[in-house]
Design a protein around this ligand. Structure first.
Ligand SMILES: CCCCC/C=C/C(=O)SCCNC(=O)CCNC(=O)[C@H](O)C(C)(C)COP(=O)(O)OP(=O)(O)OC[C@H]1O[C@@H](n2cnc3c(N)ncnc32)[C@H](O)[C@@H]1OP(=O)(O)O
Ligand SMILES: NC(=O)C1=CN([C@@H]2O[C@H](COP(=O)(O)OP(=O)(O)OC[C@H]3O[C@@H](n4cnc5c(N)ncnc54)[C@H](OP(=O)(O)O)[C@@H]3O)[C@@H](O)[C@H]2O)C=CC1
Length: 293
């Protein structure tokens, strides 16, 4: 769809780029000639991703350890990247999520999601955007959202709220920063199975609905290159007039209604305990690998 030099001269930071969708988007950007920076909290995961993608694509990829819930950690990361040369693009992809009945959420549970998705994305945009404005450099910001920005979703309420806040940031900053040549867009993927998301959203196989391919009008999950191609388009030159948009890439899922977790209303307390235990096991495994956060 694109040539190997569509993104030559582009230097793009993708948060949470070491796993899942972020890793496959990074692969697509590298195949089109971009230099890519990824970040996350687990050094071994980031290192492995860089080794794999650089061997597969021959492209230039670097990592930074960073906890995006911490604005100082973001400033240090962005500063060290700009010392090597200015970024041309930012993809806000890092996120946290788990399914849970909202009545059982503690303030810390809510904060774990909000501080990553809403605060982390905003801090990163601010850190990169203020450098672009000061250095009079144009740039492209793309946030990885979800179709719940239009529909909401039961049982993932903090995620739906935080993603919707970034949808609002997208529209608002497109206007405020248009004069600086900074484009601000977002994508809203439907289900693209990843270990990180499925461990938190369908840990026991009982949470269908949003994670069910049969309810997608196209009767399939998204394919990673499809999302990577959309991200490439939004980071490439040629359509700079496109800003302030959130583009769904979901096979029509949200238009057909069941792209939420509404169907989980039938689960009982034992189901929810089993789900919570499974999510905890997945989170503990990830925590044991963290170098920060
Ligand atoms: C169509 C499909 C759409 C898909 C849309 C996808 C959206 C996504 O974003 S998927 C991304 C999934 N990936 C991740 O979540 C990776 C990052 N994950 C994490 O950082 C963690 O696993 C975490 C945020 C899920 C948990 O944060 P952490 O700081 O590690 O958590 P603690 O163990 O310290 O707990 C904090 C707080 O949260 C409460 N909690 C944790 N799990 C649950 C649960 N399943 N149910 C209810 N509450 C939970 C935990 O109890 C703590 O609160 P307190 O007990 O009050 O201390
Ligand atoms: N998979 C899907 O079907 C869909 C996914 N999305 C969105 O796509 C994005 C990627 O999801 P996916 O790949 O599935 O899930 P993953 O769990 O694989 O990706 C989340 C990434 O974010 C990083 N991350 C989490 N918290 C932090 C933090 N505090 N600081 C820095 N990095 C952090 C994680 O790395 P580490 O833990 O090492 O920090 C991980 O690499 C998310 O924004 C998600 O909402 C949207 C719609 C559908």
């Amino acid at each position: 769809m694109f040539s190997h030099n569509t993104l030559t001269q582009k230097r793009i930071l993708i948060t949470g780029g070491g796993t899942g969708l972020g890793k496959e988007i990074s692969r697509g950007l590298l195949q089109c000639g971009a230099e890519v920076y990824i970040c996350g909290r687990r050094e071994s995961v980031l290192q492995e991703c860089c080794e794999e993608l650089s061997a597969d694509t021959g492209g230039k990829i670097h990592y930074r350890i960073c906890d995006i819930r911490d604005p100082d950690s973001i400033e240090a990361m962005v500063d060290s990247i700009f010392q090597e040369g200015p970024l041309t693009g930012l993809i806000n992809n890092a996120a946290a999520n788990f399914i849970a009945p909202t009545k059982d959420l503690s303030p810390r549970g809510y904060q774990a999601i909000r501080s990553t998705v809403m605060d982390g994305s905003f801090y990163t945009v601010l850190s990169v955007g203020k450098r672009w404005i000061k250095q009079q450099i144009p740039g492209s910001i793309v946030s990885n959202l979800v179709t719940w920005v239009w529909t909401g979703s039961a049982f993932v309420v903090p995620s739906a709220m935080a993603k919707t806040a970034i949808d609002s940031m997208t529209k608002s900053l497109a206007v405020e920063w248009g004069r600086y040549g900074i484009r601000v867009n977002a994508v809203a993927p439907g289900p693209f199975p990843t270990e990180g998301a499925w461990d938190k959203l369908n840990p026991t196989g009982k949470s269908t609905g949003a994670t069910d391919s049969e309810s997608v009008p196209m009767r399939r999950y998204g394919k990673m290159p499809e999302l990577a191609n959309l991200m490439t388009f939004l980071q490439a030159d040629g359509c700079e007039y496109l800003t302030g948009q959130t583009i769904a890439i979901d096979g029509g899922h949200h238009l057909a209604a069941p792209s939420t977790f509404a169907s989980l209303a039938d689960l009982n307390d034992d189901d929810w305990q089993e789900i919570r235990d499974s999510i905890k096991a997945s989170a503990e495994k990830e925590k044991s690998q963290r170098s920060t956060g």
